[in-house]
Design a protein around this ligand. Structure first.
Ligand SMILES: [Zn+2]
Length: 193
């Protein structure tokens, strides 16, 4: 067993020992809302948004982008599980601002090793064994953080499967302060009809 696996199982044993009545929680989120946010390790939605088990849906991906799969989850979230209000939350210093789809394609073509970054951008070891498959994927990187929140809220708002009466709020989490800062243009675009 790897060190990490052992640590995870040890932490889980402690968690389960104090599980209390959480086994009785219902599947639909009790507070009827959902958050779409970035997978960044510095973000803990349960802490920054005050969630307990059973409270809300949290959908995470690289960038907190409104990808087709994120929208799939949001539609299930309201249609089958009753959420009535959504948040799109990106954050400062997001890794998605450090590359483009073209960069990612080139890095994967160089090798499958972890790339390194410095002040001049990303570099691959070019050790070989790479693939051109990454050049066919839209990696959903962005250069303007606030703009990306607006675009994602608009993309969700304009989806034919998303009801107009679900408000969609747009925010940026500040990694330096832990504060959520609203992106007014995004929240405006996400207003309930
Ligand atoms: Zn991020």
């Amino acid at each position: 067993m790897s060190k990490i696996e052992a640590e995870v199982l040890s932490a889980n044993a402690e968690y389960a020992a104090d599980f209390g009545d959480k086994g009785d929680l219902a599947m639909p989120p009790a507070r009827q809302f959902a958050i779409l946010t970035c997978m960044d390790a510095r973000l803990d939605p349960a802490k920054y948004a005050g969630l307990a088990e059973g409270d809300a849906h949290v959908i995470r991906n690289a960038g907190g982008r409104a990808s087709d799969d994120a929208i799939r989850s949001l539609v299930i979230s309201y249609k089958l599980l009753g959420t009535r209000e959504w948040f799109v939350i990106h954050h400062t210093d997001c890794g998605m601002e450090t590359f483009t789809s073209e960069t990612m394609g080139e890095l994967l073509a160089g090798s499958l090793k972890t790339a390194r970054v410095d002040e001049n951008g990303w570099h691959d070891s070019n050790a070989g064994g790479g693939t051109s498959d990454g050049k066919y994927i839209n990696w959903l990187a962005f250069s303007d953080n606030a703009r990306s929140v607006v675009e994602d809220v608009e993309r969700i708002r304009n989806n034919s499967m998303v009801p107009g009466d679900i408000p969609i709020h747009g925010y940026i989490y500040d990694c330096k302060t832990g504060k959520l800062v609203e992106v007014p243009e995004a929240s405006k675009a996400g207003r309930a009809a």
